[in-house]
Design a binder for this molecule. Sequence first.
Ligand code: FAQ
Length: 318
Amino acid sequence: MTATAPDAGLAEQFERTIARDQRVEPRDWMPEKFRATVIRQIAQHAHSEIIGMQPEGNWITRAPSLRRKAILLAKVQDEAGHGLYLYSACETLGADRTDLTERLITGRQKYSSIFNYPALTFADVGVIGWLVDGAAVCNQVPLCRSSYGPYARAMIRICKEESFHQRQGYELLMTMMSGTAGQRAMVQDAVDRWWWPVLMMFGPPDRESANTAQSMAWKIKRHTNDELRQRFVDMTVPQAEALGVTLPDPDLRWNPQRGAHDFGEVDWDEMKQVVAGNGPCNAERIAQRKAAHDGGAWVREAAAAHAAKKAGRERTVA
Ligand code: FAQ
């Protein structure tokens, strides 16, 4: 592993790598704070993918057709893959996966606030694809240029899949919007419930973001939270118009001077409450994750016993 006490040469080399827009790789020396920041961000991201399976996963058995069920099953499975991929990226920094899971289920590490809201109707499945995956893509495409190599490379594949998810959500909503008045109302209701929580996915406003300045200086993050939130709003308004839904913000309008949309203030108190564990579904999400983890203990034990036996056999042969 890497040295903890740098000589000046190692620290300079790290700074040069960042300044030249090159990637920091697992074996390179890095400041401990850089390592801790990247672990924190990737772990939170991994946990979000895993917990994020729950709101939509609840609809797999209730999907309205076999086609929709197959699509949803594949999407939720993709999220599991993203989580595992990201836990692996964390392990390249010396983090331990069991420890990360412990931190998640004991509330010591965060996951995205968005997954603490319930998916009440099948229109929510479409809106999660369109808006939640849409926000994820907007936030994560710049992370393909993140300065930590394994994270940046993981993001390339993840973004391709998330963008596919976004389009499947939009297609589902298009279908519902060309259906009955009841279906159209269901889509509008889902948009009304998800719009503001989706804007919270980009993090607190820049003036309150504890980590942005350092993460930008280290090029872990490439844009601030507010920049990406603005980009998402600008990208989504024409999509909402094409779909025929109204975004629930009376202050939302094009500002020709800024060349961007003005929009209303997010309820930051609500976000703080949800991040602190007091959202509508926090307890349920963690309880379900913990039950799955406990239920899988025998599989992990069996896999470890098998690996030990196999290694023993290989040693005997050698
Ligand atoms: N929820 O100083 P900042 C997805 C925390 S994946 C909860 O601004 P930073 C795929 C933050 O961690 C969605 N906590 O932090 C999918 C920090 O905590 P700490 C996840 C939040 O890191 C789709 C504190 O607040 N995506 O959707 C939230 O510079 C559909 C101060 O904040 C990623 O993780 C929040 N919304 O910026 C799956 C992308 N916002 O530890 C299933 C990668 C902030 O200092 C279905 N992550 N916090 O106490 C990032 O880009 C960044 O980490 C941000 C936060 C932008 C999320």
